[in-house]
Every structure is written in structure tokens, then in C-alpha cells.
Design a protein around this ligand. Structure first.
Ligand code: C5P
Length: 444
């Protein structure tokens, strides 16, 4: 789309165009920062404001920041933009709406086009990224969530909202996602993220933070549940038992599903990764918390991917105070007890239903190369009663915890084994969803 300029001048063939929709919430002032940061990265930003947004922030602010005319009124003279909404929709490489109010979300879900922004949204064929911002009570209303689910199913990507203190004084979900996070997602969708996103200070997310470019809605309607990261099992108020899992594989799986239009919930242990765009993240610490979060959601998902490295044991008791060194004692004995096996619990639910229905179950087997990986995976597959085990040797070069690549073997309940070459984790995720799509088609 970005190749067509709708009669406007472009400064180069590689120039990317973002149509930035700004709607009427107090977070509109943060869109100024976003417009400025995108412009600084060489993106041409065309702002369309709703009438209400123009009451919060003066259009001239965006005009000065972007060097481009700002459209508010469809019927006003918009120099250089004879039919503004069509011209802008054609030239957009991305439509980014930040902040997106409950109102604009509702209008887009219903296909209403009654102003410059919603008309452009209906005309655009480029990826659409929304950054919702509203009062917590509004955010939690079923109608808002239903509208968002509809948009997600049509391939619209959603970043945020974050939790925190809102302008109205309430505390909860509804804050505009941090500008750096929206920026990273936008740059990624424009294919500009390498280096740029890191320069923008988006932390350690690396390749797993945002999904591949949108436009593919092949998983629309799928409800996906993913676990990722390690768990931490407290020993006392300052210590815990954990493992080296970075969460990158699970985050890449969640991001890839979301990018294809799935509704994704990611139950995540403590990791240093950005939440993937459009994914609901449920943060947990212990295996028991992860098990509870999964148990609540298992019956309402179509696929459950257990990519977390769940601690198998936890300290039998958590000391209320920090454990002190004892004079004259050189050892400390810890008694550990088993944690719930979340994946096995999912398999057990299926068994109780006579092996019928319920989500597709996918497990991971992280092994350390001591025995035959495939045999171990087969054993795990049967023991836990799942459809697929993705096995890897976490000690092999380029594979396992913390790396950006992985070499995996897919061991299916039907007996087939597929071994893939060393791939980036986002590519493993992409291929995994291709295979799960085929599997689901064959199953139905
Ligand atoms: O038994 P093992 O830990 O090797 O099995 C690995 C698989 O089982 C992974 O998919 C992991 O996420 C899942 N698992 C789990 N709950 C546990 C232990 C492992 O869901 N307590």
C-alpha cells in the first residue's frame, strides 16, 4: 500500500507512512510524543484527529511535530488531500490509533464510518494497530471486550492497555501502553524494528516482543492459551528456587498466534520480556499460581501450549523470615515437595471426558541430551496424554534457554516425528502454528 501516494509527495520509495489516529481521551497528549518519535525515525506521520481529540490537543501541535497537515474535519479544505480519507488509507503502511477510546473501538467493530478517522479505518488495507486507553470500568465492560475480540478476529492488533493510576484517579487496567512499547510494535509492523526498537529502549524483549507483520488472519476465532517462562518457588521472603528459562519460546508462540488473529492468553512466570502485542498476559510466580491460572481457562481454549519450564519441586515450607546461617553448622537441608503438573492435569481432564473434545494439547520437553530425546518425548506424550511434544536438547549449541534460536523435534501422538533445523524462535513459532492449523483441520 505504501507505494501509492494518493497524489502526495513522498521523499523516497522506502519512506514508510503511518496514519496516526488520535481519539478523544486524555492520553491524546501522549500521542504527541509518539508522533514525534516516529517522525524522528524517518517515518512520515499523517495525523487524523477526532473532533473530541482536537479538544484535548491542538491540531497545530501535531502539524509542527510531523511537518504534515492534520485532518480533523472530513469536509474542511485539506490542502493536498482532495479526498483525505481515501488518500490516507491508500498511502498507509500502518494505521495506528493511539489512544483508542471505547467509542472508536465500538464504531470500528460495528463498521461505522462517521468521521475522517473511522472512514479511513474502513477504507484502509494496511495493518491496523490499536492502543486502547480508557477508564478501568469502561475497559472491563463486556461490550468493550466483545468489540475488541471482534476486531482481533479481523486481524486488528492491540497493544496494551497497561495497569496503573488513571487520570480519573482510579487504579487498574486502562492506561495507554507505554509510548516506547507502542513505538516498538509500530516499527516492527513497518519492518523497521531491528536496532530501532532497541535504540528506543524497549528493554530485553528482543525478537519475542512483537509479532510478525500482520495481515494474516488464519487463526482468527482460535482461543489460545500458552504458558511461558520459569516459575519461582519461594524458600523465604528473599529467596526462591527457579531455573534458567527466558520465556522467549513461549512468548514467540503467543506473539505468532496473536499476529494471525488468535485470541491469546499468556500465563507467564517472571521474565524480562515485553508483553507481545495483542496478547492478554497473566503474570504468575509459582507453579501453583500457574496451575490455577491455567485450570480456570483450559475449558475455554482451543489450543493449550505448555512452553513454561515449571519447577517440579518447591520447598515444603516457606520460612516467614530470612533463613539465617547457624553458628557451627555447615549444611542446610531443604525438604522439597512436588508441584502440580499442569500439562498432565490438562491431559487428565481429557481422559475424564473419555478422550474426546477439549483443546489440542502441546507440551515441550527440554532435555539435557543424556538419553534419547525422541524416546523421552514419546514417553512424556503418553504419560501426559497430549497431542504433540516439541522436544529439544537445551544443552545443544543454539538451542534452549536464553537463546534466540532452537532446534526442535515434533513428536506426535500419531507416531510421526518431524525434526526441524536450527531456526529462530519466531520461525519455530510460525511453523508450529502452520502445523497446528493442519492438525486441527484434520481433527475436525
Ligand atoms: O515433565 P516435564 O517437566 O519434563 O514436562 C515438560 C512439559 O510439561 C512442558 O510442556 C512443561 O510446560 C509442562 N509442565 C507442566 N507442569 C509441570 C511440569 C511441566 O505443565 N509441573
Amino acid at each position: 500500500m505504501g507505494g501509492e501516494n494518493g497524489g502526495l509527495e513522498m521523499s523516497g520509495t522506502a519512506q514508510k507512512h503511518v496514519v496516526l489516529g488520535v481519539t478523544g481521551g486524555i492520553a491524546a497528549y501522549k500521542a504527541c510524543d509518539l508522533a514525534s518519535k516516529l517522525t524522528q525515525r524517518g517515518v512520515q506521520v499523517h495525523v487524523i484527529m477526532t473532533e473530541h481529540a482536537a479538544r484535548f490537543v491542538c491540531p497545530a501541535t501535531f502539524r509542527e511535530l510531523t511537518g504534515q497537515p492534520v485532518v480533523v474535519d472530513m469536509f474542511a479544505e485539506n490542502p493536498g488531500l482532495p479526498i483525505a480519507h481515501i488518500a490516507l488509507a491508500r498511502m498507509a503502511d500502518l494505521l495506528l490509533i493511539a489512544p483508542a477510546t471505547a467509542n472508536v473501538i465500538g464504531k470500528m467493530a460495528a463498521g461505522i464510518a462517521d468521521d475522517a478517522l473511522t472512514t479511513t479505518a474502513l477504507a484502509v488495507e494496511a495493518p491496523v494497530l490499536l492502543a486502547p486507553a480508557m477508564n478501568t470500568k469502561m475497559w472491563e465492560k463486556p461490550v468493550v471486550q466483545e468489540n475488541l475480540a471482534k476486531l482481533r478476529q479481523r486481524g486488528v492488533l492491540i497493544v496494551g492497555p497497561a495497569e496503573g493510576v488513571l487520570a480519573c484517579g482510579e487504579v487498574g487496567a486502562g492506561r495507554l501502553a507505554p509510548v516506547e512499547e507502542i513505538l516498538a510494535a509500530a516499527l516492527h509492523l513497518l519492518g523497521l524494528e531491528e536496532g530501532a526498537a532497541r535504540k528506543a529502549g524497549t528493554g530485553t524483549a528482543g525478537t519475542a516482543s512483537v509479532p510478525p507483520a500482520a495481515g494474516d488472519a488464519s487463526l482468527a476465532g482460535w482461543r489460545v492459551l500458552v504458558t511461558a517462562g520459569p516459575t519461582q518457588e519461594p524458600l523465604d521472603p528473599v529467596r526462591f528456587l527457579s531455573n534458567r528459562s527466558s520465556g522467549k519460546m513461549g512468548y514467540a508462540i503467543a506473539a505468532a498466534a496473536s499476529a494471525r488473529g488468535a485470541q491469546v492468553t499468556l500465563v507467564s512466570g517472571p521474565v524480562a520480556l515485553q508483553p507481545p502485542v495483542g496478547v492478554e498476559v497473566v503474570a504468575v510466580q509459582t507453579a501453583q499460581e500457574m496451575a490455577d491460572a491455567v485450570a480456570q481457562r483450559l475449558d475455554s481454549c482451543d489450543v493449550f501450549v505448555a512452553a513454561a519450564a515449571v519447577a517440579d519441586f518447591r520447598p515444603a515450607t516457606v520460612q516467614p523470615e530470612k533463613i539465617k546461617k547457624q553458628e557451627g553448622t555447615e549444611t542446610l537441608e531443604l525438604r522439597l515437595v512436588r508441584t502440580p503438573d499442569i500439562l498432565a492435569m490438562a491431559g487428565e481432564r481429557r481422559r475424564q471426558r473419555g478422550g474426546q473434545g477439549g483443546p489440542i494439547l502441546v507440551g515441550f520437553a527440554a532435555e539435557t541430551g543424556s538419553r534419547n530425546l525422541i524416546e523421552l518425548a514419546r514417553d512424556k506424550l503418553q504419560r501426559k496424554g497430549v497431542d504433540l511434544v516439541v522436544a529439544n536438547d537445551v544443552t545443544a549449541a543454539g538451542s534452549g534457554f536464553g537463546t534466540d534460536t532452537n532446534q526442535v523435534h515434533l513428536v506426535w501422538a500419531g507416531g510421526q516425528v518431524e525434526s526441524w533445523p536450527l531456526l529462530r524462535k519466531d520461525e519455530v513459532a510460525r511453523r508450529l502454528w502452520n502445523r497446528l492449523s493442519q492438525f486441527r483441520q484434520g481433527r475436525s
